[in-house]
Design a protein around this ligand. Structure first.
Ligand code: THU
Length: 138
């Protein structure tokens, strides 16, 4: 999707704001995400950690689950920002969860360093050869 169809700046600002809500006492690594769905709304999320580390939920999945719970099934864009002077890409688990709902393989994944410095990849670029519902029988 081109920038004229998706407002990258709005997603970036939402992801940066969401990052401040992170609950990350173990890693102290705040992550924020903003996901645009087919209802036209941006759902935001942050990472939510747990003393049992495996119970941690990433920012991207927090945002995706909020949107899906509200009835959405089609992701149009994803933005993510970490907490270092580097580009934070979605982890492997989040890429697979994004795969479940991306409207097509060209969905933009906006990987943010700061408000003025970001990279845009297509979903296919960050997860080629995806296994998804199309591969299941029935
Ligand atoms: N984290 C995310 O929220 N998203 C990612 O894509 C990468 C990792 C979080 C999980 C954990 O709370 C912290 O970053 C350190 O791994």
């Amino acid at each position: 999707m081109e920038e004229n169809e998706v407002n990258y700046k709005e997603l970036i600002i939402n992801a940066l704001e969401a990052r401040e809500k992170a609950y990350c006492p173990y890693s102290n690594f705040k992550v924020g995400a903003a996901v645009l769905f087919e209802d036209g709304k941006i759902y935001t999320g942050s990472n939510i950690e747990n003393a049992s580390f495996g119970g941690t939920n990433c920012a991207e999945r927090t945002a995706i689950f909020k949107g899906v719970h509200e009835g959405n099934r089609e992701i149009k864009a994803v933005a993510v920002v970490g907490d270092t002077n580097a580009y934070t890409y979605p982890c492997g688990i989040c890429r697979q969860v994004i795969a479940e709902f991306v409207v097509d393989k060209n969905v933009p994944i906006i990987i943010i360093k700061n408000e003025n410095d970001y990279i845009v990849k297509t979903f296919e670029e960050i997860l080629p050869g995806v296994f998804s519902k199309k591969d299941l029988k029935g």
